[in-house]
Design a protein around this ligand. Structure first.
Ligand code: 6LW
Length: 528
C-alpha cells in the first residue's frame, strides 16, 4: 500500500494531493486580487507573524513574506505558547489589502492594511468587538465586521457590526447574527455574497477530531440565516481507522478559482499513522472543490463520490494545471538567500543573529547566547524552520566556546528534544548531549565527549520518531531516540506544530556567540 492509499481508501481520484501546504500553517484565509490569490495563516507565539503566500491556481503556493513584521504591529513579549496571533482573514477592497486577526493574549481584534502586497503593512487599527477569528465583507461602501462570541446563554454565536475601514470605528452596535448548527466552539466566521444569497460559513466542533465546517444563508447580510440542511458541509470526524489519516478538517474560506468554480481552502492535520491518533506537524492547508446546486446550496464536489462531506487526500482541481513538487528542505545558504521561513519566538532581539557569507559562498549563522533557556516563555535565542514532512534528515555543525548551543526539535517550552554541544571555557571540555524534555521530565539521555572544534550533530525522523546522532571522525554515534507523539498536539495541547531550530544559551549568564556552519535539513516531498 503506498502512502496515498494509506491516507484513505476513500481517496484517490484527482490531480492534486492534499495537504497543499505542509507543516504548521493553520487557519488559512484566501483572497483574490490583481490576478493572483493570496493566503494568510495564523502564527501564535512565533515571529514574524502571519505567513503570507501567493498563488495563481489555489494549489501551488509560494510564501512571499509575513504580514506582521514589526513588534509595533504585534507585541509577543511574554505571550504563552499557542497565545498570540490567532486566525487571520485576508481581504482586498478598492486597491487595499486588509489582514484582520486577534492578539489572543490581549483579547484584541485588529487589522493592518497595505496597497503593496510585497511591501510593509500598516500599524494596527483596533476594532472594539470581542471574540476571535475576525473577518470582513466589503460591499456597496459598507464594511461588515464579524467575529465569534457567546450569546446571553453562553452558547457560541457570531457577532457582526459595521465599521469604518479607514479608522476601525464601529458604525453600528455588535449584534448576534448566527448561532451555528449546535456544535461546540463556533469560530472562523466568514460572510460572502454569492448570487442571491449571503452565506455565513464557520467552523464548529473545535480544532481537533470533531472539527467541521458548517454554513447558512439569508437574503440580507444581517440575517436571518437558514442553516444548510445537510450540515456539516465538510468534516472528517466520521472517518476512522484506515479510512483517513487526514483529520481535524475545518476552519476554511470559500473562494472562486480561476476556472469560475468554487473551492474551500481549510485546515486539517495528518495523524502519525492509521490507528495512531496523534499529530505533531501542526495544522496544515487543504483544498477541495465545492459545487453550487440548483437549490443554491454548495456541497463538496468529487468526480467519484458526489456530495461526500469529506476531505480527501487526492482531489480534482480543474483550476490547477500541474501541482508542483514542494521541497521543504533548507540549508544555511538557502535561508541566507531567502530567510522567509526563518522563524523566531515571541519578541526576538534580532541583533543576536547574524549571517556571514565567506568568499567561497559558504554561509554561517552566528547566534548570541542569552541566559534564557528553551524552557521559558520569553524569547530564547532560537532561529527555526517548520517541520513539513514526516521523513526528514538534519545535519548541523555548531561550535561554541562556553555554555550550550545546538538544535532543538521544538513543540513548546515543556516539550522539545535538544541535541547540543556544551563547552566549559575553564576546563576546555566539550561534549554533545541529547536531552529529552517531555512535560516535567527533563532527561539528558546520553553525553559523548568530543574533540575541540565544531560538533557534527543530526537526527533522522519518521512519522513515529526521531533518532539523534553525533558524528566523530566521520562515524555516526547514536545518542538515542524519542517519539513524535510526545510532541503532538494531543499530548502537549495547543495550536502549533513542530520546528527544528538552532539555539544557544548560557545559564552562567555569560554570552558568547555560537557559530552554526551547517544546518542542512532534508525535507523532501514524499507524497506526490
Ligand atoms: C483559531 C480557531 C481555530 O483562532 O483555532 O481551528 C484557533 N480553529 O478558529 C487557533 O488557531
Amino acid at each position: 500500500m503506498n502512502e496515498i492509499e494509506n491516507f484513505g481508501k476513500y481517496v484517490s481520484e484527482g490531480n492534486v494531493t492534499n495537504p497543499i501546504v505542509k507543516g504548521f500553517y493553520p487557519d488559512p484565509s484566501v483572497c483574490f486580487a490583481e490576478g493572483k490569490y493570496y493566503m494568510v495563516c495564523s502564527s501564535m507565539q512565533y515571529f514574524p507573524g502571519v505567513p503570507l503566500f501567493e498563488s495563481d491556481d489555489l494549489v501551488n503556493w509560494k510564501q512571499i513574506g509575513h504580514v506582521l513584521t514589526r513588534s509595533s504591529q504585534i507585541d509577543l513579549e511574554n505571550v504563552n505558547s499557542s497565545g498570540g496571533v490567532f486566525a487571520p482573514t485576508i481581504r482586498y477592497n478598492d486597491g487595499v489589502f486588509y489582514m484582520v486577526t486577534t492578539n489572543d493574549s490581549y483579547h484584541k481584534n485588529f487589522y493592518v492594511t497595505t496597497k503593496d502586497i510585497y511591501g510593509e503593512w500598516s500599524e494596527p487599527v483596533f476594532v472594539d468587538q470581542a471574540g476571535i477569528d475576525p473577518s470582513l465583507l466589503f460591499e456597496d461602501g459598507k464594511c461588515y465586521f464579524m467575529s465569534n462570541g457567546s450569546d446571553e446563554d453562553n452558547n457560541g454565536c457570531i457577532f457582526q457590526c459595521e465599521i469604518n475601514p479607514e479608522t476601525g470605528e464601529k458604525l453600528s452596535e455588535s449584534r448576534p447574527m448566527w448561532k451555528g448548527s449546535g456544535g461546540r466552539y463556533l469560530e472562523s466566521p466568514h460572510l460572502y455574497h454569492i448570487g442571491e444569497y449571503y452565506y455565513v460559513m464557520a467552523a464548529e466542533g473545535g480544532t481537533e477530531y470533531g472539527h467541521m465546517i458548517t454554513y447558512a444563508r439569508g437574503k440580507s447580510p444581517y440575517g436571518p440565516f437558514e442553516n444548510y440542511p445537510e450540515n456539516p458541509v465538510i468534516t472528517n470526524r466520521n472517518l476512522g481507522g484506515h479510512q483517513s489519516r487526514i483529520q481535524g478538517i475545518g476552519h476554511g474560506d470559500l473562494i472562486m478559482g480561476p476556472d469560475g468554480e468554487y473551492y474551500i481552502i481549510c485546515l486539517g492535520f495528518r495523524q502519525l499513522a492509521t490507528w495512531v491518533p496523534y499529530h505533531h506537524l501542526g495544522r496544515e492547508v487543504f483544498i477541495t472543490p465545492v459545487k453550487f446546486g440548483e437549490d443554491g446550496w454548495f456541497r463538496v464536489a468529487s468526480p467519484v463520490f458526489n456530495n461526500s462531506h469529506v476531505m480527501r487526500a487526492r482531489v480534482e482541481i480543474p483550476a490547477c494545471k500541474k501541482q508542483e513538487k514542494t521541497d521543504y528542505s533548507v540549508s544555511l545558504e538557502s535561508l541566507y538567500e531567502n530567510p522567509v521561513r526563518l522563524t523566531y519566538l515571541r519578541k526576538p532581539d534580532l541583533s543576536n543573529y547574524g549571517f556571514v557569507k565567506d568568499e567561497n559562498g559558504k554561509v554561517s549563522l552566528r547566534i548570541k547566547q542569552t541566559a534564557v533557556t528553551l524552557n521559558e516563555t520569553i524569547s530564547p535565542s532560537f532561529a527555526g524552520v517548520r517541520q513539513s514532512e514526516f521523513e526528514t534528515e538534519l545535519r548541523a555543525e555548531v561550535e561554541v566556546a562556553d555554555g550550550e548551543a545546538g538544535v532543538t526539535v521544538y513543540m513548546d517550552e515543556n516539550n522539545h528534544f535538544d541535541i547540543f554541544m556544551s563547552a566549559d571555557r575553564n576546563s576546555g571540555a566539550m561534549s554533545v548531549s541529547l536531552r529529552i524534555c517531555e512535560g516535567d521530565l527533563k532527561t539528558v539521555v546520553k553525553t559523548e565527549s568530543i574533540e575541540k572544534g565544531p560538533a557534527h550533530i543530526g537526527f533522522r525522523s519518521t512519522a513515529y520518531g526521531y533518532s539523534f546522532f553525533v558524528e566523530k571522525g566521520g562515524v555516526e554515534i547514536p545518542l538515542g531516540g524519542a517519539q513524535s507523539k510526545y510532541l503532538s498536539s494531543e499530548v502537549c495541547g495547543g495550536f502549533t506544530g513542530v520546528f527544528a531550530a538552532m539555539y544557544a544559551t548560557n545559564p552562567s549568564g555569560e554570552s558568547t556567540w555560537a557559530e552554526f556552519t551547517r544546518f542542512d535539513w532534508k525535507q523532501e516531498d514524499t507524497y506526490i
